[in-house]
Design a protein around this ligand. Sequence first.
Ligand code: NAP
Length: 275
Amino acid sequence: MTILVTGATGNAGGAVVRALVAKGVPAKALVRKAVELPAGVEAVVGDLNRPDTFVETFDGVSGLFLLSGYERMDELLANAVEAGVRRAVLLSSSSVVGTDTDNAIAQYHGAAETAVRESGLEWTFLRPNSFMSNTLRWLDQLEAGEVVRLQFPEVPISTIHPDDIADVTVAALTTDGHARTAYRLSGPVALRPAEQLAIVAEAIGRPLRADELSRAETHEELFGSMPAQYAEAIEAFFGDGIIDETTVTDTVEKVTGHPARTLQEWARENAGLFG
Ligand SMILES: NC(=O)c1ccc[n+]([C@@H]2O[C@H](COP(=O)([O-])OP(=O)(O)OC[C@H]3O[C@@H](n4cnc5c(N)ncnc54)[C@H](OP(=O)(O)O)[C@@H]3O)[C@@H](O)[C@H]2O)c1
């Protein structure tokens, strides 16, 4: 059994690679350029938007961890099926649950789910809440001082530890009983952004202060930092409340046998990244 991990240098894919190594499951990692990977993991250079760049990679692969939102996904999946891959775990998102299809983020996750569902692979969809690692987006502000601007300060989110996404992935790819299943994944508790900031501050030993943005300030910051359709999508998620990332689910524990990890754990483990 060999698993091909896409997005292997990222928060989620990197965690999947480490979890596979910890379990002794052979892994290949799709990367865009040569990078250091855990010992024993084979790096394969390719571009997710260009499945022709990694056709041979599927030889000997039984399972695939796949990110959403890339082009030519049908072609990638056909290559996988042709080479004998059996299972795929797709990293989708909470946004596909009950949101309108005009939402740009929900749309690309939904399209990826459709492609995987129709591919002939045994599929499992992961629909996680926002990741704990999103707090790394504060890094630029932390270089400048102790004040962090917080968007949607009134919205509590049960953010998820990437290692929990990884453990669910490994279970779905290496054990039976997860086919044709979509898992809604959350962390163990819903926290407002200022509560998340306080936990990070404690872990890194700095007196960080919250600047809670108004809806208008959040709007301005979002539209100034990303293409309009994604800013609109995020505003609809958390400003208009079209997704629910507050409710805590017990899926991580049910699938992996251990409780979902806390933000305190994530922050302690990653304190070094905050300088
Ligand atoms: N963050 C959240 O809260 C959240 C919530 C729900 C779902 N998701 C989904 O989870 C995905 C992964 O999140 P993350 O935090 O792990 O992202 P990340 O840390 O930004 O990692 C993205 C990964 O994708 C790779 N990549 C990007 N473009 C590529 C391409 N054209 N070909 C091959 N590899 C490419 C990157 O490689 P390089 O190192 O070369 O850039 C990196 O390994 C998101 O994209 C989103 O769809 C995220």
